[in-house]
Design a protein around this ligand. Structure first.
Ligand code: FE2
Length: 316
């Protein structure tokens, strides 16, 4: 079998528009075990590690996330009892992890009749590795990319909601989720609208761009990997969200993407110019932090544990 494949082959007919269950063969890869993850944590820049208490609400207010008094390495080493939720971001920067992501996506590309990742539209490939304690919650949120979410260790309940239903997440909330903080408000009335996938090692879900979801682990620690990519259409929409968010922050109301295509094209041309200037600066963690604050506001660096102290310092 292909490294990653739909549980039902017919699901590919509407790819990448609708979610579906997948099966995969990544369980047992040594890079996705706790001892190797401890090594990875030591190597990753601090701003690529986000962690907090796993005791979060489904509709968690990002300003009230409970911090943990443990180092990232201590969290991984004691994950069975730490009561923690952790994500290691951009593991694609590590060649061995990048290899896993590319092999998985290439298997999908070939199964769909494409010769290469580029041919299949798998651009900007990124990986996010999740390590969670038993009974921990990933709050309701969206992600600004397409995602094959694969379960490696432990059991998870993955709840997905239709992003075309704007009574769940409005266009404004989707923009804020892509630019400010990924979490979105949850109303218990949404319960009946979600689809819950029970995932064991070897299972997974394809989560389309910005389909809202929340996740809870069962009674053992969990290791999962998000294998993500962005198509050209996704990158275009993300750029418009960032540009509109920036203008709105300056007091200029903006229409949703696609409402005025000619204006969207002009905004995108301006974004490309800015990106060409800013990209080299993003190699430094300090510059990344400053740029996030400049474009997205003083709360944009929320994932540092010393967030409150840092924001106080930046506000001073
Ligand atoms: Fe997610």
């Amino acid at each position: 079998m292909s490294l990653v494949q739909p549980a039902d082959a017919k699901a590919f007919e509407q790819f990448p528009d609708l979610p579906f269950r997948i099966r995969h063969e990544l369980v047992g890869n040594p890079l996705l075990t706790l001892p190797e993850i401890v090594k990875l944590v030591r190597e990753l820049p601090r701003d690529q590690i986000e962690y907090s208490s796993g005791k979060a609400e489904i509709g968690q207010d990002p300003a009230k996330v409970q911090a943990l008094d443990l180092s990232p390495e201590e969290v991984v080493k004691s994950i069975e009892t730490a009561g923690a939720w952790m994500v290691l971001k951009r593991v694609d920067a590590h060649p061995a992890y990048r290899g896993i992501l590319e092999q998985a996506l290439l298997s999908v590309a070939k199964a769909r009749g494409f010769a290469s990742l580029d041919d299949a539209g798998f651009e900007d490939i990124q990986g996010f590795l999740f390590v969670s304690s038993p009974n921990s919650t990933t709050p309701f949120h969206t992600d600004a990319e397409d995602n094959f979410f694969v379960q490696i260790h432990g059991e998870k309940f993955f709840h997905v909601y239709d992003n075309r239903d704007h009574s769940i997440a409005s266009v404004e909330e989707l923009e804020a989720s892509a630019t400010r903080h990924r979490n979105i408000k949850y109303d218990p009335k949404f319960d009946a609208k979600g689809v819950a996938h029970q995932l064991f090692p070897g299972d997974g879900v394809f989560v389309p761009y910005q389909w809202p979801h929340w996740v809870r682990t069962a009674d053992s620690h969990s290791i999962s990997l998000a294998i993500t990519w962005k198509t050209k259409a996704v990158r275009r929409r993300n750029d418009l969200y960032v540009f509109n968010s920036f203008l709105r922050g300056m007091g200029l109301p903006q229409a949703a993407p696609d409402a005025h295509p000619a204006l969207d094209a002009l905004k995108l041309a301006m974004m490309r110019t800015v990106q060409a200037t800013v990209s080299p600066l993003r190699k430094s963690e300090g510059m990344r932090r400053m740029l996030r604050r400049l474009v997205l506001g003083k709360n944009a660096n929320y994932y540092y544990n010393d967030n409150k102290k840092q924001n106080d310092k930046e506000a001073a």
